[in-house]
Write a protein that binds this ligand. Structure first.
Ligand code: COA
Length: 268
């Protein structure tokens, strides 16, 4: 059920918002396995700008159309035609858009429903959390094209699973299936085929029961662990903790616990 219609018409994306404020953003180029050409990238930027601005959107599930692929990579046709200058610019452009996704102040969950290769794997890595269906396949095969990951993948994968495992994936370009992805911490849950979006939406709803300001601050605090050296990260945590203590939601949440009732959060 759609609660609100998007402000923009997308050619390569679908954006649906349910009555609980969970948006499902679908990359919709199934005949090209949802490969990220510049049109998709531009629309992702517009969509995440819209998602950030709209208060009625409270969490986002990102997935790919069809049963085969989440996203099978950056569009190899476009990559085949770059020189040094335009290659660097393309990498910086992708990094900028994926940073925008990562810095979203609402939970962003990747529902990986098949191939997440190259730029698709990097897109999943830019999401806050990843769920994968039985047929999920992760890989950074850029070296097989004579390239390296260029949309933040060399950095995010290394931070997420550590240098050894990241290099094992990036230097070989090998494909990592769902069970291994679970073991590596690339995904936090493996779901039945065809159920990954549904489970990601349920997961979002379990987050949305909590204080909205606290959820937002938690995303920022955990994000700080990647962005800043430890002392600045602790500083950010204390600053956010202090601000939350002054919120009505924290008064309500602690009072509700002590009064043995459910909290009624208002986001103030
Ligand atoms: N860029 C552009 N087009 C792509 C693409 C990509 N990254 N991945 C798939 N496609 C296109 C194919 O060219 C094909 O188009 P066509 O029907 O016009 O020929 C269509 O999507 C279907 O893909 P196909 O290769 O026929 O499907 P498959 O089931 O045989 O193989 C994959 C699936 C994912 C293994 C294979 O498509 C693949 O290796 N893709 C590239 C993965 C990659 O290297 N990504 C990193 C890029 S940085």
């Amino acid at each position: 059920m759609s609660m609100s219609s998007p402000d923009f018409t997308y050619q390569t994306l679908k954006l649906d918002v349910d009555d609980k404020g969970v948006a499902t953003l679908t990359i919709n180029r199934p005949d090209k396995l949802n490969a990220l050409n510049s049109e998709v990238l531009n629309e992702l930027e517009t969509a995440f700008t819209e998602i950030k601005q709209k208060d009625e959107i409270r969490a986002v599930v990102v997935t790919g159309a069809g049963e085969k692929a989440f996203v099978a990579g950056a569009d190899i046709k476009e990559l085949s035609d770059l020189n040094e200058l335009r290659g660097r610019a393309a990498s910086e452009r992708g990094q900028e858009i994926f940073d925008l996704i990562e810095s979203t102040n609402k939970p962003v969950i990747a529902a990986v429903n098949g191939f997440a290769l190259g730029g698709g794997c990097e897109l999943a890595l830019a999401c806050h959390i990843r769920l994968g269906s039985e047929n999920a396949v992760f890989g950074l095969p850029e070296v097989s094209l004579g390239l390296i990951p260029g949309y933040g993948g060399s950095q995010r994968l290394t931070r997420l699973i550590g240098r050894g495992h990241a290099l094992s994936m990036i230097l070989t370009g090998r494909q990592v299936k769902a069970d291994e992805a679970m073991n590596l911490g690339l995904i936090t849950r493996k779901t039945e085929q065809g159920k990954v979006v549904e489970e990601a939406v349920e997961f979002c709803k379990s987050i949305l029961k909590n204080g909205p300001l606290a959820v937002q601050a938690a995303i920022e605090a955990v994000g700080a662990a990647e962005k800043y050296p430890a002392d600045e990260g602790y500083n950010k945590e204390a600053e956010l903790f202090g601000k939350l203590c002054a919120s009505e939601d924290a008064k309500e949440g602690t009072a509700a616990f002590l009064e043995k009732r459910k909290p009624n959060f208002t986001g103030r």
